[in-house]
Design a protein around this ligand. Structure first.
Ligand SMILES: C[S@@+](CC[C@H](N)C(=O)[O-])C[C@H]1O[C@@H](n2cnc3c(N)ncnc32)[C@H](O)[C@@H]1O
Length: 304
């Protein structure tokens, strides 16, 4: 949904734009193309590999200012303070993992290849998914798989994981995928691998993904110029609900007063939806990238 993201941002060529999720740099590159000499792009990724991979390519755009920050976008406001930037014209968040991360076996995000179950976007510290799988209690695992994976067999999967631990640590993606597959009674009749939701759930838990979204929106909504935009592309119903509810609190609604007249109720600053309904992937995009089936793009214009 590259074009829709660009439409949502409605780029001012001399503005300051923040891409909170650089990934493979696709969106950032397109934003940069639309910026003039006075414009600036600030890119975040908590994965140092992403910063290193796209850094040179983005910085080589002559005459334009590019700042890349290796940090969680949850810390965006503090990082912009450090850079001396008070307000920005637009923010883009394209949530989840990049194709690069998924394809790189050693990152442990995928059960297509065997590798240690890492799943950290930022490998500089913190527990891995293997730590979670081997150390969390059965109830905690079931809750994670149910909440983030929306898998109705979460209890059965958690029980199978705990039972398998009795034979030693579960270290690799294929080991884990096999345990989940057996717990769910095999692959029969399924379009996707039976471990898909468990892997997604562990990834979201290990990276504390939902907390970061709330934090960046809270921290940044007051730092977008009047008329500026925030666009968020989600791939999970919980993420989408969080984004929708967050912005809805800032969209003014009118309440009738006893004494007549109306008052507008909203949290500062007021915002307006760019589109009433979220944008979803076109048939063409779906054919090209099946992962886009769950994609939803919501965007707001600040100040109404
Ligand atoms: C779906 S990809 C973005 C793809 C990108 N829009 C492009 O055009 O290539 C998501 C990226 O965001 C990064 N990411 C996810 N959560 C993050 C967070 N809380 N803070 C910073 N980066 C994050 C991931 O490491 C990954 O590289």
């Amino acid at each position: 949904m590259l074009n829709e993201c660009l439409e949502a941002l409605n780029i001012d060529s001399s503005g300051i734009y923040v891409d909170g999720t650089l990934g493979n740099g696709g969106h950032a590159g397109k934003i940069l193309e639309q910026l003039g000499e006075g414009g600036m792009l600030v890119g975040f990724d908590r994965d140092i590999d992403a910063i290193q991979r796209v850094g040179e390519r983005l910085r080589s755009g002559a005459g334009k200012r590019v700042e890349l920050v290796h940090d969680n976008y949850a810390n965006m406001a503090a990082q912009l303070d450090r850079l001396g930037i008070e307000k920005v014209n637009g923010i883009l968040l394209d949530l989840g993992v990049s194709s690069f991360q998924l394809d790189e076996a050693e990152r442990g995000f995928s059960f297509q290849q065997d590798a240690p179950i890492d799943m950290r976007m930022d490998r500089s510290g913190g527990p891995t998914a293997a730590d979670l799988v081997n150390e969390a209690g059965e109830q905690e695992l079931a809750d994670i798989i149910f909440r983030y994976g929306e898998d109705r067999m979460s209890r059965r999967i958690a029980r199978a994981i705990v039972e398998a631990r009795a034979n030693g640590r579960i270290e690799t993606t294929l080991e884990l995928a096999g345990i989940v597959e057996r717990a769910k009674g095999g692959r029969k009749g399924r379009k996707t691998h039976p471990a898909t939701q468990t892997f997604q759930a562990l990834r979201m838990a290990v990276n504390d993904e939902l907390a970061g979204i709330e934090q960046v929106l809270e921290g940044m909504i007051g730092r977008v110029v009047e008329g500026g935009r925030i666009a968020v592309l989600t791939f999970h119903s919980l993420e989408d609900r969080l984004v929708k509810q967050f912005f809805s609190r800032h969209v003014p609604r009118e309440e009738s007063l006893h004494q007549g007249g109306v008052r507008r109720i909203y949290q500062e600053p007021p915002v307006e939806w760019v589109w009433k309904k979220p944008k979803t992937a076109t048939e063409e995009e779906l054919a090209e990238n099946p992962r886009s089936r769950s994609a939803k793009l919501r965007a707001v214009r600040v100040g109404v």
